[in-house]
Design a protein around this ligand. Sequence first.
Ligand SMILES: *Cc1c(COP(=O)(O)O)cnc(C)c1O
Length: 409
Amino acid sequence: MNVPTARRIYMDNHATTPLDPRVLQAMMPYFTEKFGNAASRNHAFGWEAEEGVDRAREQVAALINAKPKEIIFTSGATESDNLAIKGVANFLKSKGDHIVTCVTEHKAVLDSCHRLERDGRARVAYLPVDKFGQVNPEEVEKAITDKTVLITIMYANNEVGTIHPIAEIGKIAKKRGVLFHCDAVQGVGKVPIDVEALGIDLMSISAHKIYGPKGVGALYVRTKNPRVRITAEIDGGGHERGFRSGTLNVPGIVGLGAACELCRIELPAEGGRILALRQRLQKGIFDRVEYVYLNGHPTDRLPGNLNVSFAYVEGESLLMGINEIAVSSGSACTSASLEPSYVLRALAVGEDLAHSSIRYGLGRFNTEEDVDYVLRRTLDTVERLREMSPLYEMAKEGIDLKSVQWKHD
Ligand SMILES: *Cc1c(COP(=O)(O)O)cnc(C)c1O
């Protein structure tokens, strides 16, 4: 495709984030002179690598108020989600076989649950969400049976940015003696997350959503109150307390650690800065465009997430109209077949408005200048596309489209 290179703006930070140059700098020595295997206990090459891994474990733990030994390194959050859900289900199968989750979870969670169901290893309650995308803690509690072993609810949704009432769910889990796994990929590093305060027992983290490298992540596994035990998915040398065998990806792990450290230090200022950028974009759109709708929760949402539907505009056409800007639409993001997103459908966003949705994901490297450029290009393109839309013309003339009798032959 012919993408102009004069100006390119990345505003799709829920899909992935650029590597922070400071993270790359921390990783570099571990590709070259510090190439040792962290499991080599008998020479300095191994010790050097192990030191890098140990430091990273402390850095990840510090960001979420965990202990270093509670951090298990993985290949990313997809693996962390699989390990948490299947690992708990398999380990506790003599105790129970029931899992409580919600319909807007990431596919890594939903498909792990589906796999357990298909194999006859678990029964799963998929809770609905309200029109803002939040699960109701009372429904979580009601869904728990004497066979429930795990609740898995994400911290914040990757499409609409809605933050669930995690502390309340954590309390319910504790009260009922059920383990609580949280896919916190979108929340970690963006908002303060404290696994103790929130009552989280297992938590998935991904490096590439917090300005670290792709292909590395972590699973937090609580060691006290309660001591959580899981069955490993990958067998081998018994690395990572036996929960995840395989030679450690030392440069990646060092990168994840450095990324967590930067988030911990910069989060207070960065959260406010990114929120202000998102509000500037949101206000700019809502002040100047009619028939525009916010998807997700108005306040309980990630600072950097803006998901809006522009009625009478095809999301895919808008994407093509602003193709020097990287954002996502609510149509194509989960399948090649232009189905509207299952997340928007779960929020009861109508099919038309789901196809008209755009997700702007603001991040560390976006500036006010970026926002103003993206705003101007969005406004111009929405206007141009609507000028070509007969439905928009009819709406403007006050014709209620729902009352129109469309002629079929
Ligand atoms: C990106 C993402 C994942 C998958 O993480 P990977 O590290 O890319 O495997 C899981 N859950 C959520 C909510 C995500 O946004």
